[in-house]
Ligand binder design. Structure first.
Ligand SMILES: Nc1nc2c(c(=O)[nH]1)N[C@H]1C(S)=C(S)[C@@H](COP(=O)(O)O)O[C@H]1N2
Ligand SMILES: [Mo]
Length: 423
């Protein structure tokens, strides 16, 4: 056994270097796929590709354990070598901590169904936090280690250091003044400041929305207030909340919605909005907004869970129970599936009649959230809410319900999401 270790340690320098390179490539792949998964822009553009990218991210992420394990074989020697170099030791520990933090939280996110929202929610916060801290460090590290900077460093050292006789370069320009700041530290400083300026504001916004208490203090105002202020819908009259909605029975939602959409956010007003129930029904029904706001609404409190690991708890939704709408239209015996259409023209999803009528009692066509109109970013004026299932069932900008005899595979289900969406 010691012999094996000995042999392993032989090409030690070369091994460390290639480990470093492998690790670099793995982190680069994770950074690119991770940012694509995070970026709202890519949701619509990629479609099915998004599910693939998620799998690549998961597999490569699990693979990041390998360089860590290999490094541990070399760690004792490396650690001794770094004696007297506290910064380099800190660097090693930071990289290990980053990789393990990402890996641990990543595994919980990957296994979100097994662990449930109570684990996947904090895991997402940790995963994001490590990204916010780790990615700038890694970008800084890679930029300052590129070849042109190394060359610049050498030049800076040569001109700044009178004893640099080992540069092999003939006459030393002794008259050259020693620079106050070396070119190297100047460039490094500039890169650091550049990163802080570009990434800082989004980081603070993320901090504000991830930690409720800090929201007002550093996040720059409440996220929901911003969404409400951004509402691009122009529906008149505004729905008047029931007493159970204002103040909200649930006491107010806890957590923040991430705005997800696969199209540009649509905007509606009284002229381009209507709501229809058709297909296998006894009475095809259609409402304009003035008629729709007069329908009898109910209030319910529920949690909202996305498969990517975030949840919003204690939402007070006010709207029309799906069952009431179906009863009014009269479902024909041949109908088996309820198909939901979004006013974005692209997104659809479905529930079986069995799910919506027998297995669930709380599917609601929602018009208000916590006593306020649902803002356009969150699917207003009307969105579906299916509390017992993951939120990809909760179609935003809902404007049509069709009863059909066949099954229907929804937008994300066509692109790899599980047909079974039960939380
Ligand atoms: N029309 C439409 N509805 C949609 C989506 C979408 O992209 N378009 N995304 C779904 C997913 S995956 C989630 S998690 C929730 C997000 O709702 P939010 O954007 O209000 O947070 O909406 C669901 N309904
Ligand atoms: Mo989602």
């Amino acid at each position: 056994m010691p012999k094996v270790l000995d042999r392993l340690r032989k090409g030690y320098g070369r091994k460390l270097a290639s480990l470093h390179a492998w690790n670099g490539w793995i982190i680069a792949a994770l950074a690119v796929t991770g940012l694509v998964l995070l970026g709202g822009f890519w949701r619509g553009v990629l479609g099915e590709g998004r599910v693939w990218i998620k799998w690549i991210h998961i597999v490569v992420g699990l693979g990041s354990l390998l360089p860590v394990l290999f490094y541990l074989l070399l760690a004792t020697k490396h650690w001794k070598q770094l004696k007297g170099r506290p910064w380099q030791r800190a660097n090693v520990l930071a990289v290990l901590a980053l990789l393990l933090g990402w890996l641990g939280s990543g595994i919980l996110l990957w296994q979100f169904k097994a662990v449930g929202p109570a684990w996947s929610n904090p895991a997402l916060v940790v995963h994001d936090l490590f990204t916010w801290i780790g990615l700038p460090l890694i970008i800084y590290h890679s930029i300052t280690r590129t070849q042109w900077l190394k060359d610049a460093n050498r030049r800076a050292i040569r001109t700044g250091n009178e004893t640099a006789s080992d540069t092999g370069g003939g006459a030393h320009p002794a008259a050259m003044p020693r620079p106050l700041y070396s070119r190297r530290s100047f460039i490094r400083g500039a890169i650091g400041v550049g990163l802080a300026v570009t990434i800082g504001p989004s980081f603070l916004r993320w901090l504000g929305s991830s930690f409720n208490g800090l929201g007002g203090a550093i996040g720059g105002g409440d996220a929901m207030e911003r969404l409400l202020a951004n509402d691009s819908n122009r529906m008149v009259p505004a729905p008047i909340p029931l007493a159970a909605s204002a103040p909200p029975t649930g006491g107010g939602a806890v957590g923040h919605f991430r705005v997800y959409t696969v199209t540009p956010i649509p905007s509606f007003d009284n002229h381009n909005w209507s709501f229809t129930i058709d297909g296998l029904v006894d009475r095809k029904l259609s409402w304009n907004w003035e008629q729709f706001v007069k329908l009898k609404r109910e209030v319910q409190v529920s949690d909202f869970h996305c498969v990517t690991g975030w949840s919003v708890y204690n939402n007070t939704w006010e709207g029309i129970p799906l069952k009431a709408l179906l009863a009014e239209a009269g479902v024909q015996a041949a109908a088996r599936t309820i198909k939901f259409y979004s006013g974005d023209g692209v997104y659809t999803d479905a529930l079986t009649l069995e799910q919506a009528m027998v297995q669930m009692d709380d599917v609601i066509v929602a018009v208000l959230h916590d006593g306020k109109p649902i803002p356009s970013d969150l699917g207003g004026p009307v969105r579906l809410i299916v509390p017992a299932m993951y939120a990809y069932k909760s179609v935003k900008w809902l404007n049509r319900i069709e009863l059909i005899a066949d099954g229907h595979i929804g937008y994300w289900e066509q692109r790899g999401y599980d047909n079974d969406a039960w939380v």
